[in-house]
Design a protein around this ligand. Structure first.
Ligand code: NAP
Length: 282
């Protein structure tokens, strides 16, 4: 039995789908099972919250491996709670969704949060695999509202490039680690196949929807104002602005061969991801 957390999100949802396609016995931990929709009716779902350790016992009981996503809170606490429940239940293997930002020299705040989360898992004594992705292609869905209402994308990353990754590829690496031997104690850095600036990604969206789009390179103050208006907490705004500045300065992501090596195929391109999500921008 494999436990999947974060199944209402980008990567956990794809992990759940791929484990089900592979015929694995799966259980899902969800804060609000209703948010799983159709999928929730096809699998065993246990209500639980990684920020509330007292809710985790039933979800981890009888599980061999667990896919753990920590999001929306103090990542180290969430990871520590998951690892503690896994240890108590005798879970053999945790695959943690971490970040390539852990390897920065020095790491940015987002990387430091993930370093602390990884440390809580490694300290638990449960065998682990770290999945360390770079920027997700799905981050560009954050532009959908401005594209639809203003015909433009506002960003603060200048000409800097990331390597957008399809969450399905991140999930495929996690599923490989959960379902085949030899991945314990390994950390897999995953990046997408092409380095693309914001303007280059917007050009692809523009072509896909058949509509010209503006690209507005903002000052840090303007980006801060936009993030404040979106209601993001200050600590998160600071971390995001730091990540934008790092990308703008050209310290994007190095190529990685993890997907070819582990999955024996090329990583999916941003165009392939866009083809599946084009409706979100129309
Ligand atoms: N975006 C990037 O470019 C990027 C790059 C590298 C690493 N990462 C890392 O990837 C992770 C986010 O992955 P994602 O995009 O797949 O996430 P996501 O789409 O934002 O979904 C987050 C998932 O976590 C669940 N969740 C949140 N708080 C929870 C809690 N207290 N207990 C149980 N479940 C909880 C949510 O469930 P609900 O339905 O209950 O809300 C949801 O299923 C973060 O750790 C992030 O730092 C992101």
């Amino acid at each position: 039995m494999i436990l999947v957390t974060g199944a209402t999100g980008n990567v956990g949802g794809a992990v759940l789908e791929q484990l089900m396609e592979a015929g694995q016995k799966v259980r899902v931990l969800a804060r609000d099972p209703a948010r799983l929709g159709e999928l929730g009716r096809a699998v065993e779902v246990v209500k639980g919250d990684l920020s509330k350790p007292e809710t985790l016992g039933p979800a981890f009981a009888g599980v061999g491996g667990a896919f753990v996503v920590c999001a929306g809170g103090d990542l180290a606490t969430l990871a520590g709670n998951a690892a503690g429940a896994a240890r108590e239940a005798g879970v053999r293997h945790i695959v943690l969704l971490s970040s390539s930002a852990v390897a920065g020299e020095p790491p940015i705040q987002i990387g430091r949060w993930h370093i602390d989360a990884e440390a809580r898992v490694t300290a638990s004594g449960v065998a682990w695999t770290m999945v360390r992705p770079g920027a997700f292609a799905s981050n560009t869905l954050q532009w959908a509202h401005a594209i639809k209402t203003q015909g433009a994308v506002f960003h603060a990353t200048g000409e800097g490039r990331t390597r957008p990754l399809d969450p399905r590829d991140i999930a495929a690496v996690a599923v490989k680690a959960l379902t085949s031997p030899g991945h314990e104690g390994k950390a897999y850095v995953i990046n997408g196949p092409e380095a693309l600036s914001t303007a280059e990604q917007v050009a692809k969206i523009s072509k896909a929807i058949g509509k010209p789009l503006g690209v507005v390179d903002e000052t840090e103050d303007a980006a801060r104002e936009r993030l404040e208006k979106a209601g993001l907490p200050e600590v998160f705004i600071r971390a995001v602005l730091e990540a934008f500045a790092m990308i703008r300065a050209g310290h994007g992501e190095a190529p990685s061969s993890t997907i070819e090596e582990l999955l024996g195929r090329k990583a999916r391109t941003y165009d392939e991801w866009l083809e599946r999500h084009v409706k979100a921008f129309q």
